[in-house]
Ligand binder design. Structure first.
Ligand code: NAP
Length: 268
């Protein structure tokens, strides 16, 4: 299957979990795939396996997405070796190490979690979007979560990070208006990965979302079928990409908004 042949994807967090599945699935659909993660050897092994399994061209670039110089160098290398990025997937990120209320969290780890999702996506967009705009072509997928819009008593850094990431998507979409470059929040469902295995709320879970469903959704975005949903949240498992493709979302559906208390609410 080479439905996306010729397109270049850049996937952060490609050494593990969802990022690893996306690298494999997009390469299997004909994309050239670059992966970023901090762990050089694990990432290199993962991307080499993707290339071997699919015959696609891959590139592993070890980088910390929260480090500006590393991100700039990584994107420069991807562009020089593979060409312009058509699809940027901001997937890399951490979860709160301890399941505790906000005030009991370790301050450094709390901030690392926020930075991994928010600063990481910001730096990647900062490095990639200008090139997309030059070609008036490109799509950005920010990996969201149920916790982008729902509160839990623990995982406060993760909730802050994922909500902030949604606002990055909306800000991108607003600034990109008039261009053909689009940006999406994609909540992946609940995938069996090292991250979810470490979370007590998922202990004993058996009905995981199949990772191939995430790949199918991202492939639909890469084909441009969901461009009308730019700036909004879509959810694997709950949404059918074929149904969304036939709809034009109106107003503020699937965006972050304050609900008014009634028709006279001055903040409505
Ligand atoms: P995972 O298996 O723990 O993978 C996380 C990936 O991010 C790894 O490749 C990791 O590699 C990389 N990473 C973390 N910090 C990084 C940094 N500073 N710089 C570069 N790479 C970094 O987790 P996952 O479950 O696949 O999650 C992937 C994404 O999906 C995350 O954004 C997560 O919040 C989101 N998500 C997951 C689920 C789910 O059900 N699994 C649900 C909702 C949302 P290194 O450690 O080598 O850097």
């Amino acid at each position: 299957m080479a439905e996306l042949a010729g397109q270049v994807a850049l996937v952060t967090g490609a050494s593990s979990g969802i990022g690893r599945h996306l690298a494999q699935g997009l390469a299997g659909r004909g994309m050239v795939v670059a992966g970023i993660a901090r762990s050089g050897d694990i990432l290199a092994g993962a991307m080499a396996k993707v290339a071997k399994d699919t015959g696609a061209r891959t590139l592993a670039v070890s980088a910390d997405v929260t480090d500006r110089a590393s991100v700039e160098q990584a994107v420069a290398r991807v562009t020089a070796e593979l060409g312009n990025v058509d699809l940027l997937i901001n997937n890399a990120g951490l979860i709160d190490a301890a399941e505790v209320p906000l005030w009991e969290a370790d301050p450094d780890q709390w901030w690392d979690v926020v930075a991994s999702h928010v600063k990481g996506a910001f730096l990647l967009c900062r490095a990639v979007v200008p090139w997309m705009l030059l070609r008036n072509q490109g799509r950005i997928v920010n990996i969201a979560s149920g916790q982008s819009v729902r509160v839990t008593p623990v995982y406060s850094a993760y909730g802050v990070a994922k909500t902030g990431l949604m606002r990055i998507t909306e800000a991108l979409d607003a600034s990109l208006e008039g261009s053909d470059v689009t940006a999406f929040d994609l909540a992946p469902g609940v995938i069996d990965t090292p991250m979810t295995r470490a979370m007590s709320i998922w202990q004993g879970k058996t009905d995981w979302t199949p990772p191939e469903k995430v790949v199918e959704f991202v492939a639909a975005i890469a084909r441009g079928e969901l461009d009308r949903w730019s700036g909004r949240l879509v959810r694997v498992g709950a949404d059918d990409p074929a149904v969304l493709a036939g709809m034009t979302p109106e107003d503020d559906v699937r965006r972050l908004r304050l609900r008014p208390y009634g028709p006279d609410d001055p903040l409505g």
